[in-house]
Design a protein around this ligand. Structure first.
Ligand SMILES: [Zn+2]
Length: 396
């Protein structure tokens, strides 16, 4: 039996569609942040924006709102969603078809992560009228889709919560992400020597041949259960075929849930790039950037136990999984704050056919509404950080 009332279900659908219509690609979240803050204020809450806009390379900072518990001495949990979306290929016009929200135009809907934003607003609306058994801190981050920049800039020491949840995994409700990979981006620029391809090819050194040799020698795809490698783009040469190409760039990524394995595979990939350049007398410049650090959460961690209890209370079978994707949870875990990523029931994120059903939105809200009671039954104060300052104190 769902905890969600019919009136709340309708409010949730309308709030979700309204949020989707507000364009908020990474770095341009201002209008969406303002709309969310206004909604929270209308509920009598006092959202505070931190000073992280510049650090996150956005036009808005992260928004934090606190909901006090029924018992003033009760502990607190964090709930988090991100305000940004990937780039828009078309305007967003949400339409409901057979109980599923889609974009009427050929582009993303933005259910990643506006579905979770709407659910957290609907939950805040309930709790601002009837306080939950534990305190709830609600955080809306910016610039998640490009390197978790908002969450990375956020200062978790302002939180009162013992642990938190992000609702940012596009899979059926019930899945709990227990591990997420360390993620490296590798960019290589090969430089050779241009020469006429028909008259004096002997004088040329082909940057494209060097890159091709490197890629052909790399292990690609799924290397083991924890580790993947992909060359995502390659570009080089000139418009004409009569020049031995002196330039070629490629971009690759390495992910592994095992951080030392990720480092080893990055080192091997860099070696292959260098060997490819050497084989054709070219130079190569390689840049390696770690975009986020992986984590592994124990099944017995309080955050996981509370999530399992909330899911079971809503009639869902909890299913622990390992993901190949990252989320704001990676940034919080890297900063020492325990955070679990929960499946949110959205589908085909980042694709033009992205969708979320009304039923999934309602189920997500049902689970979120069950979380405080599940957390209240645990001693979530164990290992909790000291109480944070006021929400408005958050700064970079
Ligand atoms: Zn997301």
């Amino acid at each position: 039996m769902s905890r969600v009332a019919e009136e709340e279900r309708r409010w949730l659908g309308a709030a979700f569609a309204a949020l989707c219509r507000i364009e908020s690609p990474t770095g341009r979240e201002r209008a969406c942040a303002d709309a969310v803050a206004a909604e929270l204020r209308a509920m009598g809450l006092q959202p505070a924006e931190d000073g992280c806009a510049a650090a996150a390379r956005s036009d808005a900072g992260n928004l934090l709102a606190r909901i006090e518990p029924a018992d003033p001495g009760a502990p607190s949990i964090l709930l988090c969603a991100h305000l940004d979306t990937v780039a828009l290929a078309a305007p967003v016009e949400p339409v409901l078809r057979d109980g599923r929200w889609e974009n009427a135009n050929a582009g993303i809907l933005g259910a990643d992560n506006k579905a979770a934003v709407a659910v957290l607003l609907a939950a805040a609306r309930r709790w601002s009228a009837a306080p939950p058994p534990v305190g709830v801190e609600i955080l809306f981050t910016v610039a998640e889709e490009d390197g978790l920049r908002g969450a990375t800039a956020f200062d978790p020491s302002v939180l009162r919560s013992a642990f938190g949840y992000v609702l940012d995994h596009a899979s059926p409700i019930g899945e709990i992400v227990l591990a997420s990979p360390t993620y490296y981006r590798i960019e290589a620029e090969f430089r050779g020597q241009a020469a006429h391809a028909g008259i004096r090819p002997e004088d040329g050194r082909s940057a494209i041949a060097a890159a091709a040799t490197a890629v052909a020698s790399m292990p690609l795809g799924r290397l083991d259960a924890d580790t993947t490698v992909n060359v995502g783009s390659i570009a080089g040469g000139s418009e004409s075929t009569n020049v031995v190409p002196d330039r070629c760039r490629l971009a690759a990524e390495v992910r592994s849930v095992d951080p030392s394995r990720a480092e080893d595979v990055v080192a091997e990939t860099v070696d292959r790039l260098q060997d490819g350049a050497d084989a054709h007398g070219c130079d190569v410049d390689v840049q390696v950037q770690r975009l986020f650090r992986g984590y592994r959460t124990r099944r017995t961690a309080p955050a996981v136990a509370a999530a399992e209890a909330a899911l079971q209370a809503c009639g869902h079978e909890p299913r622990p999984i390992v993901t190949g994707g990252g989320s704001d949870a990676n940034a919080f875990e890297a900063a020492g704050f325990s955070c679990v990523n929960l499946a949110n029931g959205t589908e085909r994120n980042h694709e033009p056919t992205e969708a979320v059903s009304e039923a999934a939105l309602e189920r997500m809200l049902d689970v979120v509404l069950a979380l405080p009671a599940a957390a209240a039954r645990l001693d979530v104060r164990a290992g909790a950080p000291a109480a944070g300052g006021p929400a408005e104190a958050a700064a970079c």
